[in-house]
Ligand binder design. Structure first.
Ligand code: ATP
Length: 473
């Protein structure tokens, strides 16, 4: 049986990966908390990304900018005027939808029915209308396509309105002049406004990159599909500053490098694909998504955008501070062009979790386990004494102590050993180390491998080498 999103949500909750936020108050829509195992998996994803982007590139460094930024930042970036989604309500069900998602859903229906041309034509028409800000036209298209409200099955639609996705709040006390500021909807702008600080203090030479991991906030109109679309989420972004005219080569190179990364952390090639944008964002001259095959279809996990000098040029204009770089190789000043890679930590988490979730049946018994890359597993090794008596428990504790400074190792002596293996399978622990009577004689243990359940006998002294947990990037 294929895995449903509901299987994923239930497993994530039951085994301490993801909980609905403030659940005792019935939760808050599109906001989630990571539990004891989820936080380990998410932290591992972030550190593998950080290593891939910074440590392995001589010319990429990291920063950690604030969530709050000067309000003009968002004017310059185009978010105040343009970061909108087209919203439409169904008058009967009083349910709200994104007009573009309704049309994309219809196009997907055509595609699934083998009508690829019709699907493409519809997407192209939608892109044209949205590009021209023809919201009445978008509504007419929804009606002409016979799209009905999934809940009420009626097509009684309101007008389409643009909805700005930025959250705002006030800074300063009420008595003083409080001014409106935004929660950042992307981390990229924190990089752009620090471009010259990093370039000068780090004596960076173009081409170079700045990477950042941090929270972003979007007041999404429709927030379903678990951690795929959240109102508070985390992004891992890298802006690569290049000489104008070379951006397409870098774009092609990053497109390739980023796909390799997703394969390296264990996502299978057949579950990944590129998707070129029909409609380019206001800042881009080329854009591609890397999509993963979720239980609800192929969807974006990462965006790679050639952003030209759009951001730096606008910051220069509004701040009145030059955002130029002097290129000693060609003896010229210019505003660099930017190629961006942007991946959501939570979306990547969901992709990795969906991919790992495995249900196997031999006709009699069903086995559920998480086939996580060992580098990502919340627990790398569990040490299990066969029985508690005769010094086996103490021996097992001693092994835990010798391993736990290298990687996360746990001890478990509760219940029959089979049950303990299952417990580790469910959270994706790649190695279970069993301590038995033979251990007491010859200082060997068995390692049980999660995916095959095969066991091998190894000397305690070789455990650390036997347990592989690096991603080969
Ligand atoms: P979508 O079209 O799905 O709304 P987007 O194209 O607006 O996404 P970008 O602005 O390119 O997304 O953001 C880069 C990455 O940030 C996305 O690929 C995704 O992984 C992540 N991301 C964006 N919005 C959300 C969200 N609401 N919840 C979780 N992750 C998100």
């Amino acid at each position: 049986p294929s895995t449903s999103l509901q299987d994923i949500i239930s497993h994530a909750k039951e085994y301490g990966f993801v909980f609905p936020s403030s659940e005792i108050y019935d939760g808050l829509q599109a906001v989630y908390d990571y539990g004891q195992n989820g936080v380990e998996l998410k932290n591992s994803l972030k550190s593998v990304w950080w290593k891939a982007m910074t440590q392995l590139h001589d010319n990429i460094v990291g920063i950690d900018a604030s969530i709050f930024m000067h309000p003009l930042t968002w004017k310059a970036s185009g978010h105040v005027d343009g970061f909108n989604d087209p919203m439409i309500d169904n008058k009967d069900s009083k349910k709200r939808y994104r007009a573009d998602q309704l049309l994309e859903g219809k196009a997907e229906e055509y595609a699934n029915a083998g009508q690829q041309e019709k699907a493409s034509a519809l997407l192209a028409e939608m892109g044209r209308l949205l590009g021209a800000e023809d919201l009445a036209g978008v509504r007419e298209l929804i009606i002409a396509e016979g799209i009905v409200c999934p809940i009420s099955k009626t097509s009684n639609w309101t007008d389409v309105r643009q909805f700005n996705l930025m959250f705002s709040t006030q800074v300063g006390s009420v008595a003083e002049d409080a001014s409106l500021i935004y929660l950042r909807p992307e981390t990229a702008q924190g990089i752009f406004v620090n471009f010259l600080n990093v370039q000068k203090s780090g004596r960076m030479k173009v081409p170079f990159g700045i990477a950042q991991i941090g929270k972003a906030f979007r007041n999404e109109i429709v927030a379903r599909q678990f951690t795929f679309r959240m109102r508070e989420f985390e992004q891992m972004e890298m802006q690569f500053f290049v000489r104008p005219g070379t951006e397409m080569d870098w774009y092609a190179s990053w497109k390739e490098q980023r796909l390799k990364f997703h394969k390296a952390i264990g996502l299978p090639a057949e579950s990944l694909q590129y998707h070129d944008h029909e409609k380019l964002a206001h800042y881009a001259n080329a854009a591609v998504d890397i999509e993963y095959k979720f239980p609800f279809g192929f969807r974006e996990i990462e965006g790679i955008h050639s952003r030209t000098d759009f951001d730096l040029k606008n910051h220069q204009e509004l701040s009145k501070k030059k955002q130029q770089y002097f290129d000693p190789e060609i003896n010229q000043n210019y505003i660099p062009y930017v190629v961006e890679t942007s991946v959501g930590a939570d979306r990547l988490f969901l992709a990795v979790f969906c991919n790992a979730f495995t249900k196997e049946s031999d006709g009699e018994k069903e086995r559920v386990y998480l086939k996580l890359h060992p580098a990502l597993a919340p627990v790398k090794a569990a040490v299990l004494p066969l029985v508690k008596k005769d010094g086996l428990a103490e021996k097992a504790q001693e092994i835990v102590k010798s391993l736990k400074s290298s990687f996360r190792t746990v001890y478990d002596d509760n219940a029959a050993i089979g049950k303990r293996y299952t417990r580790q399978d469910l959270i994706g622990t790649p190695y279970c180390i069993a301590v038995d009577y033979q251990t007491m004689e010859d200082d060997t243990v068995t390692i049980r491998h999660r995916d095959t359940t095969e066991q091998e006998r190894v000397p305690v002294s070789l455990l650390k080498e036997k347990i592989g947990y690096e991603v080969s990037l």
